[in-house]
Design a protein. Sequence first.
Length: 255
Amino acid sequence: MDLLKSYIGGEWRLPLTSTAAVEAINPATEEVLAKAPRASKAQLNAAVAAAKAAFPGWSKLGIDARKKHLSAIADILQANADELGRLLTQEQGKPLTDAMGEANGLAGMFRYFSKFDLAPEVLEETDKRKVELRRRPLGVVALIVPWNFPLIILGSKVPTALLAGRTIVMKPARTHPLPTVRFAELLKARLPRGRLSGTPARHTRTTDHHQQPPVRPPPMPAAARPRPLCAIAPPDSTMASPITLARPLVPIPSN
């Protein structure tokens, strides 16, 4: 039985304590597959700091270079889709056909966004003026991965954020962390240090992401349209962070 580590700044780090660990259990056999200890606040801060440090270099990298990274990641994920699908079924009890569809979909979404473009959009062009919309990365985002469709969420959120030039801190589902952790392992060889970090945590630790000054929501592909926003914060705090409904990405200030 493995004790899951946090992936911070391109390195796997042991938890500072094994207390309050949540067991990932195979629902068919009741076997304990792994234990996910709660990451400390210091580890979470280290993950955010690593992502912030990596942001300038990644955001300045040309979009064509970032697209090549996404294409290479798609190849890696496709080559390991069988493993990811079986791991998902083993941990969740999801039918294998559905799990394999989710794993192949993960690779497919990285492939799709590797061909996506964020070209300037002309909003108005007359004899007197020309108005263009240009997208610029804003900083780090936190991705809170749910238990029920982790690979689909990773496939829809991670490549879009990376394509837009942002860096990411992930929090796997506390009871179903294994596919997300394996995803990070597979990306380690391709992504430069700090572009993607992950910390197993209980829900209480996610509030640490929100105790930051609010910033603008994360960028979306040109074809997407903004959803309504809501503010989320721990009950004892008046600080709120904007998050887009149905898009579990929490912006983190870059300074």
